[in-house]
Design a protein around this ligand. Sequence first.
Ligand code: MN
Length: 130
Amino acid sequence: MKILVIEDNPVNMKLITSILKKFGYEVYQAEEAESGIAIAKKELPSLIFMDIQLPKMDGLEATKLLKSDEGTRNIKIVALTAFAMKDDKERALQAGCDGYISKPIRYKELLDKINSLFKESNESSHGSDE
Ligand code: MN
């Protein structure tokens, strides 16, 4: 399963990537929204971990673009929000994110989020995922 990580903080990027690779996911990386969107369109990952605070275009704007594009709207997006930023979480869901996790990143929370999203997807009657 392909997962794209859009994150401008190199420490977080390295941490998330190492966790995902350890558990067998095929990881793509982008440090900003514009290149992330290009990768999303080309590779069509199943999931994107989207940092909210990015240089230039932010993660919310990028999410809205991906969710309004027929080619990418079915990609699940999990926002990476700053700790204790309650506004960020609400804004992430309003922008169309399928969920969020708070920094600092904990590997169990990351994996639990993936599992719950794709379990829900399988049990959903909407069948919108691929
Ligand atoms: Mn950031």
